[in-house]
Design a protein around this ligand. Structure first.
Ligand code: SF4
Ligand code: SF4
Length: 85
């Protein structure tokens, strides 16, 4: 059976220089036991600046590992995460 969990992050609320800086929050990364999320620099920058907050975001990289515990949704301070099956 294939899991079809869909996890989305609203980047107008977290990451890409909007709202929360994910490097300072990290709640979704800390509360997700199977480690679905990846904190990374945005790809495509010609001269990546590691200190520019516009170039950081969290991506639900491995949604098939999700156990639907909803810890990330409950702990995100700006309600940026949606988990649907
Ligand atoms: S619902 Fe639970 S397992 Fe799924 S991504 Fe969120 S914290 Fe991780
Ligand atoms: S918990 Fe929410 S605000 Fe915090 S890093 Fe994850 S998506 Fe961003």
């Amino acid at each position: 059976m294939t899991k079809k969990t869909k996890i989305t992050i609203d980047y107008s609320r977290c990451g890409d220089g909007n709202g929360i800086d994910p490097r300072e929050c990290c709640k979704c990364l800390q509360t997700c036991a199977p480690a679905v999320f990846l904190l990374h620099q945005t790809l495509g920058a010609e001269e990546p600046d590691p200190f520019d907050p516009k170039k950081w975001r969290v991506t639900p990289q491995w949604p098939s590992l999700c156990t639907l515990c909803m810890n990330c949704v409950k702990n995100c301070p700006v309600n940026a995460i949606e988990v649907k099956q």
